[in-house]
Write a protein that binds this ligand. Structure first.
Ligand SMILES: [Zn+2]
Length: 336
C-alpha cells in the first residue's frame, strides 16, 4: 500500500466518540436536551453522527472527535428560515453545558466557542502557571506542536522516498503520485493563543475554587507563618471598578499549605482580629498553635498573645529560608 498522507498527518491519534446517550445512558435518561438555537426541548431527535472529524487540540498533538448529531424537528428558528429542522452537535458548548456536572467532569475535553481543547493541555496551563507565565506556556505549546508536525512530515517524506527509490516498489507503484503534505499553517487547528490560554486558566481555577476552598477549610497547623502581599490586591475592585483593598494577608502552616487569605485595607492586624480568632477556633481542633513566624515579631507580639495566648512563641521569619514564598502563587491561583 502506498504512503497515504493522512496516515502520517495523524499518526497514532486517539479518536474520541462522543454521545451522552451511548456512553452515559444512566445520566442521559434524566436530561432533556434543549435546542441551542431556540431553547425548546420538544421534538429533539438523535440524528446520526458528525460528518468527518473535529480536531481536539492537545499539548503537542491533535486528537480527532466524532460526535453525535441531534435534530430539532420543527424548530421555530428553522421554520422562519424555510427549513424543517435545526441540526446541532452534541459537543455544541450550549449542549455540553446541559450535561450533569459529573458527565462534564468525565469528558476528556472542553469546548470553547469553536475550539475543542483536551484536558491534558488545560492541566498543563494550570500547573505551568504556578511557576511561569502564560506566554511562556504558549511558546512551549506552539513549539511542541511544530516539532510534532515536523516529525510527521519527515516520516511521510521518508516513506514516499522509499516507494520512489526502491526498485521492486517502483515497479508496482509506477503511477503513484503522493499527495502534498499540508503546511503547518494549513493544519485544521493551530496552537492556541495566550488569550485563549488565559481564559482557560481562569475558567479552570473557577471550576476548582469550591474544591480549593473545601480543602483549605480542612487544613490545620501548629506552626504558622503569615505575611501580607500587595501585588495581587490590585486585581480586586469594588463593583464600581474602584480598588478598595491594599493587600492580602495569608497564613500558612508548617507544611507550606495556605490556611487562609484575607483582603485587607491596611497592614494592621487589628483589622483581622475577628477572622484570626475564627481561624484559631478552627486550628485548635487539631491542637495548640505553638509558634508563629512573622516579619514584624515586635509589632505582632501583643496581637498574637491576645488571640492565641501567652504560650504561643513569636519569631522573625527569615526570607532566605522562608516557606512563605509559594504563597504569592497560591494566592494568585485562588483569586484570579
Ligand atoms: Zn430549535
Amino acid at each position: 500500500m502506498p504512503p497515504v498522507m493522512e496516515h502520517f498527518l495523524f499518526p497514532s491519534t486517539d479518536v474520541y466518540v462522543m454521545c451522552i446517550h451511548t456512553h452515559f445512558p444512566d445520566y442521559a435518561a434524566n436530561i432533556e436536551i434543549v435546542c441551542p438555537v431556540c431553547g425548546q426541548k420538544e421534538g429533539i431527535q438523535l440524528n446520526g453522527w458528525s460528518n468527518g472529524f473535529r480536531a481536539c487540540i492537545g499539548k503537542s498533538s491533535l486528537f480527532l472527535m466524532k460526535s453525535r448529531r441531534l435534530l430539532h424537528y420543527h424548530c421555530p428558528i428553522a421554520l422562519a428560515n424555510n427549513k424543517t429542522s435545526t441540526s446541532f452537535s452534541s459537543i455544541h458548548p450550549k449542549v455540553v453545558m446541559q450535561y450533569p456536572p459529573i458527565v462534564q467532569e468525565m469528558l476528556p475535553f472542553r469546548v470553547l466557542n469553536k475550539l475543542v481543547i483536551h484536558r491534558q493541555l488545560i492541566q498543563e496551563i494550570r500547573e505551568g502557571k504556578m511557576s511561569g507565565s502564560i506566554s511562556s506556556i504558549q511558546r512551549t505549546h506552539a513549539s511542541l506542536m511544530q516539532t510534532q508536525y515536523m516529525q510527521n512530515f519527515k516520516h511521510y517524506l521518508l516513506a514516499v522516498k522509499r516507494v520512489k527509490t526502491h526498485p521492486s516498489l517502483r515497479h508496482f507503484m509506477g503511477n503513484y503520485r503522493p499527495k502534498p503534505f499540508p503546511s503547518f499553517d494549513q493544519l485544521p487547528v493551530k496552537p492556541i493563543s495566550t488569550t485563549t490560554m488565559t481564559k482557560l486558566y481562569k475558567d479552570e481555577v473557577r471550576r476548582l475554587l469550591p474544591l480549593i476552598h473545601g480543602y483549605t477549610g480542612l487544613l490545620t497547623g501548629e506552626v504558622l507563618k503569615w505575611d501580607h502581599t500587595f501585588w495581587v490586591a490590585r486585581l480586586m475592585t469594588d463593583a464600581n471598578g474602584v480598588g478598595s483593598k491594599t493587600c492580602v494577608f495569608s497564613v500558612m502552616n508548617e507544611y507550606g499549605e495556605v490556611l487562609a487569605s484575607y483582603f485587607c485595607e491596611s497592614k494592621s492586624l487589628n483589622e483581622l482580629r475577628k477572622e484570626v480568632q475564627m481561624l484559631k477556633v478552627r486550628l485548635l481542633q487539631g491542637g495548640q498553635v505553638k509558634l508563629i513566624y512573622t516579619d514584624n515579631p515586635g509589632g505582632d507580639l501583643t496581637f498574637i498573645h491576645s488571640v492565641f495566648g501567652q504560650n504561643t512563641i513569636v519569631k522573625r521569619d527569615n526570607p532566605k529560608t522562608s516557606i512563605m514564598y509559594p504563597t504569592c502563587h497560591l494566592v494568585h491561583l485562588v483569586w484570579l
